[in-house]
Design a binder for this molecule. Structure first.
Ligand code: X5A
Ligand code: ZN
Length: 683
């Protein structure tokens, strides 16, 4: 698998600028680009990326999407006087031309295509292009919303043409609707376009009917256009996360793209004067992390909007850190989607139910049939505003911007803690060692007398052999290394999975960890004492468990699914929502006997969970099956992106199980909420 992250940037794209007064366009400034680059340098991220030179997009490439007539119109602006430029700009909505606009727009296209080349050729795994002018509003024969050529749309066509890519996913997290991309691909089933956008019942720019949730594409492309309209401002991390978990990711994995492009606008981030949303920079790290699991990691991030310089540049840095494989900061804020976001999700899922298997089992009463009056904001429901999170009294725009600056300065210090110097430490039997990636650190006898003492105290009756004593002592040593941040994660092969987890959890208590998420896959042959709230245990096994589920002790009766086609619903519909709601400090993932998730399921599970608890994972496995062990070690090292099974026949019992658990526990774990079928009184 390819490694590394490409970065595309050229100063020259800062030459395009507004030459006259225009209160609509005056936010699209050259500093948007330079401040991102400066901040990347500040975090020493530039030197960690592969710097790829930009080039101009050619006429042939640009006309993959645009008409030759339009290209020539833009070309002519090069020689225009200021007055002529102003007149040419007025032909379009929210656009300005400068004598260098044509050159910059061609560089923006070329940079994006260079990125596609780096990723498709395997030179790097992924990358980001920092470009201006942006692209997603521009259309076949029109500039629009600061956009001249549609960089991302051209990239999708280019990848299909040059590399024979069959399916491209475009995720547009900019706060505006990329209607340009929608128009270009609305009849094309080979490009799945997803966009969320500030909409406010069509009152927000560009105020188009076709931005609503029920516009799903047409002809062969029906079902391949997904619009998530935001009808309120102030959407937070949990709202974005909920849409990813419950809408985008299940569909995206079912679509199974060969390349993922992100129209990465950061005007959906906190402090942005256009978006008025509240997502903090680390939210973009999490969104990026999710998308890194598709298309074998082939991910190209392309800048679109983003007008609060600090918010923009911190968010760009979080995106690139994540592309590089650094542990993610925990997602901040209350993990509960707001009512308006739930309504939007409900509508989108209902609209797309006919097209996607993963949505076909949902019972969604159309919202219009539920009394709409029931869903107007009421007393208990805090009115969402972008500033309520951090600046309850904010007044003017520049006050607001300055407040966000201050907030972000503090916030970034809080969330960016120094990272452990080593990634993964592994304790295995000597005979397993040679198949592990050479970059892992092997721990053979980290145990001390003190730790051995702890083991004996806890489980004297089980520790008959010295070998077990050593394994368990060693496991505790590794656990301590993780807790003390000497290493990010650990992998331990132990012949006694249940005993090992119980002991590890006990030691977590000794070490004063507040919240440990334990996921036990397979049969547990020992009851684990749970200190309420300090541990959340999810057991996934093939047998029915007699005990009723509680908030912190959940047993999931799962049927073996050779195709892995229901795994997506388990992961996105249940495990990740619970995990994100809980926000653990550490995770213990145990693979015991008779595990039913297969050699693909476990690495996938771990891979997604790495987004939580700053990647602090202790993986315990009982089985020494070579393939699984190798896959786990690679996953923990970040060298591997496991694949989902193809979505063929679906095991009804499993789907039913997830639904029941969602209903049972959505008051306890609010990220499980994904529609408004919950009655208002229960919320
Ligand atoms: C790329 C982008 C926004 C245009 C807003 C016009 N365009 N009011 O964010
Ligand atoms: Zn935008």
């Amino acid at each position: 698998m390819a490694s590394g992250t490409a970065l595309l940037y050229d100063d020259e794209m800062t030459s395009h600028k507004l030459l006259w007064e225009d209160s609509v366009c005056d936010i699209e400034i050259p500093e948007r680009l330079s401040s991102c680059y400066e901040n990347l340098k500040h975090y020493n991220l530039v030197e960690r990326c592969l710097s790829v030179p930009v080039r101009e997009g050619t006429e042939e490439e640009i006309t993959l999407v645009h008409s030759l007539d339009y290209l020539e119109i833009v070309e002519k602006t090069q020689k225009m006087s200021k007055e002529e430029l102003q007149k040419a700009s007025a032909n379009y909505d929210a656009v300005f031309f400068h004598p260098t606009t044509y050159r910059c727009a061609k560089l923006a296209v070329g940079a994006t295509l260079q990125l596609v080349d780096a990723v498709m050729s395997g030179t790097t795994r992924n990358g980001m292009a920092l470009v201006r002018p942006p692209g997603h509003h521009s259309q076949r024969s029109a500039a629009n919303g600061f956009c001249v050529f549609n960089n991302v749309a051209i990239a999708a066509k280019y990848a299909q043409q040059k590399y024979g890519v069959q399916r491209v996913l475009i995720v547009d997290w900019d706060v505006h609707h990329g209607q340009g991309i929608q128009y270009i691909f609305e009849e094309d089933p080979s490009v799945l376009y997803f966009s969320w956008h500030r909409f406010e019942h069509q009152r927000y720019w560009p105020c188009l009917r076709e931005s609503d949730y029920d516009v799903v594409g047409h002809g062969k492309g029906e079902g391949f256009n997904i619009n998530v309209p935001w009808n309120k401002v102030g959407m937070k991390n949990s709202d974005y996360l909920a849409v990813f978990l419950h809408v985008l990711l299940p569909v995206a994995f079912e679509f199974d793209p060969e390349l993922v492009l992100i129209s990465a606008g950061y005007d959906s981030g906190i402090g942005d004067p256009e978006g008025q949303m509240s997502a903090t920079p680390e939210c973009f790290a999490h969104l990026t992390h999710f998308l890194m699991h598709l298309a074998k990691g082939k991910l190209c991030v392309v800048l679109e909007g983003g007008y609060h310089l600090r918010s923009l540049s911190e968010s760009v840095c979080m995106t690139i850190k994540t592309l590089l494989g650094d542990p993610l900061p925990s997602l901040s804020g209350e993990m509960k989607p707001c009512l308006s976001a739930l309504e939007s999700m409900h509508d989108v899922k209902a609209a797309h139910k006919p097209y996607w298997k993963c949505l076909s089992f949902e019972d969604l009463t159309p919202l219009k049939e539920l009394s709409t009056k029931l869903y107007q904001p009421e007393d208990g429901e805090a009115v969402q505003t972008s500033i309520s999170l951090w600046n309850p009294t904010g007044k003017t725009n520049s006050d607001e911007a300055a407040e966000t600056d201050k907030f972000l300065e503090l916030h970034m210090k809080e969330i960016l803690s120094p990272e452990p110097s080593a990634k993964t430490v592994v304790a295995v039997a000597a005979r397993n060692a040679e198949m592990l990636p050479s970059s892992v650190q092997i721990e053979t006898n980290g145990e001390t007398e003190e730790l051995k003492g702890l083991v004996c105290e806890f489980a004297a009756e089980f520790v008959k052999e010295d070998k077990i004593l050593n394994v368990l002592g060693n496991m505790l040593a590794i656990l301590e290394k993780i807790v003390k941040k000497k290493v990010t994660s650990g992998l331990v092969v132990s012949p006694e999975a249940s005993l090992s987890s119980a002991l590890a959890l006990k030691h977590c208590c000794n070490l004063r960890l507040q919240k440990v998420l334990c996921i036990f896959v397979g049969e547990m042959d020992m009851k684990i004492d749970l200190d309420d709230g300090k541990v959340c245990l999810i057991n996934i096994c093939g047998k029915q468990c007699e005990q009723a589920n509680t908030k912190y002790s959940i047993s999931l009766n799962w049927k073996e699914d050779a195709e892995g086609s229901t795994f997506s619903s388990l992961l996105f519909g249940f495990i990740l929502p619970v995990a994100y709601s809980y926000q653990p400090d550490l995770m213990i993932i145990t693979v015991g006997s008779n595990q039913i998730l297969g050699t693909n399921g476990i690495p996938l599970l771990i891979s997604f969970l790495q987004g939580l608890a700053q990647s602090r994972i202790l993986a315990l496995i009982q089985d020494t099956e070579a393939q699984l062990l190798e896959a786990l070690a690679k996953t923990l090292m970040g060298d591997f992106t496991p694949c989902f099974g193809t979505c063929t026949a679906v095991l009804q019992e499993n789907i039913q199980m997830v639904k029941e658990l969602q209903e049972q526990l959505q008051q306890e774990w609010k990220m499980l909420q994904c529609s408004v079928n919950v009655s208002k009184s229960e919320r």
